[in-house]
Design a protein around this ligand. Structure first.
Ligand code: LMR
Length: 333
């Protein structure tokens, strides 16, 4: 053999040998974290912070891949993908669990929470924490609640009283409570994945939708919705969920560290969410694209009254005790 070729072969062999530790590093745990919103939202920021802290504190042991904007999985597929192990962490809005547990429907009851601080108090209560394990039988476990914010109603016409919504088509998340909420207004709700909403509003498949300032701004809904009514009638918050088999199968020291990181990220997201929403509201105001309608106390009372029948429809499924516990998180109650 030509000596140069021999040396080349030898160095390939050496390189292969050197690559052994790299192969061990290949045992790095890869966590795919998929979500449907923009990176500048509370959830988007939370996912990035989780990646940063996990990779800083568990170098070479854990790698987190974040997929925003429904890039990897959209609403329709993410729970199934989590069950199959195609993704390890997702954080759907609480409204999207209604196929999996009836109890979480409590979060969708209209005008239940006065504000996001009340939502937070309920989530931190024993009743709230217990809901994190409400899907254990199905192999899902909640790692925490992340805030987005209170929902506003947007449409292609001004909505001042509930009668203004009658006959309009509204996009809703996949939740039967939200379906009932718009039916109570004599409107036509349509369940639709988040990724499809902008186009549906633009081409007129639907006339309106409900969402947080953060989502209305980052998805550019405000560009195709001339009116936004500041109703704060409900909440969009998230449960960060993982596959319990995957999570329990992690080496204990890694799982403990990831849980500590998740708690830290949760506190951070929940601190910045309200501020992000208020900033995005201001950007919408500054754009001059949408008129923001503020309700008088009398008009607001009309919306509360119109949506109230929804509570009776779901009281049995959710349980009166849980509804009372959630209500008692309001300082006014
Ligand atoms: C929606 O579908 O409107 C929201 O749940 C999206 C999100 O994740 O905030």
């Amino acid at each position: 053999m030509h000596p140069v070729r021999f040396v080349a072969l030898l160095s390939t062999a050496l390189l292969a040998g050197l690559a052994l530790p790299a192969a061990e590093a290949g045992a790095e745990i890869v966590i795919k974290f998929s979500h449907v919103v923009a990176e500048s939202t509370p959830k988007g920021q939370g996912a990035l912070l989780f990646k940063k802290l996990a990779e800083e504190r568990l170098p070479g042991e854990v790698k987190v891949e974040v997929y925003p904007n429904s890039q990897l999985f959209g609403d329709a597929k993410e729970m199934e993908a989590l069950a199959l192990g195609d993704v390890q962490i997702i954080a759907p809005s609480l409204s999207k669990f209604d196929k999996f547990t009836k109890q979480l429907q409590v979060f969708d009851l209209p005008f239940l929470f006065d504000d996001i601080a009340a939502v937070d108090r309920f989530q931190q209560s024993d009743d709230g924490k217990q809901l994190l394990t409400s899907m254990e039988d199905l192999g899902y476990v909640g790692l925490g609640y992340w805030h987005n914010g209170m929902k506003q109603l947007s449409a292609n016409k001004p909505l001042k009283t509930p009668a203004d919504a009658a006959g309009l088509k509204f996009r809703i998340q996949a939740s039967d409570v939200l379906l009932a909420q718009f039916e109570a207004l004599d409107a036509n709700p349509q369940k639709m994945a988040f990724a499809e909403v902008y186009q549906a509003l633009q081409v007129g498949t639907v006339d309106g939708q409900e969402n947080t300032w953060s989502n209305i701004y980052t998805q550019k809904f405000f560009e195709v919705q001339p009116y936004i009514t500041e109703t704060n009638h409900g909440v969009i918050d998230y449960m960060v969920v993982t596959n319990s088999e995957f999570w329990n199968g992690l080496p204990e020291d890694i799982r403990t560290e990831l849980e500590a990181i998740m708690a830290e990220v949760t506190a951070e997201v929940n601190k910045l969410a309200e501020d992000l929403n208020q900033k995005d509201k201001q950007k919408i105001v500054d754009s001059g694209n949408s008129e923001i309608i503020t309700l008088t106390p009398e008009q607001r009372a009309e919306w509360v009254g119109a949506m109230q029948p929804v509570w009776d429809q779901f009281r049995e499924d959710i349980g009166q005790d849980l509804i009372d516990a959630a209500k008692s998180a309001n300082t006014s109650s």
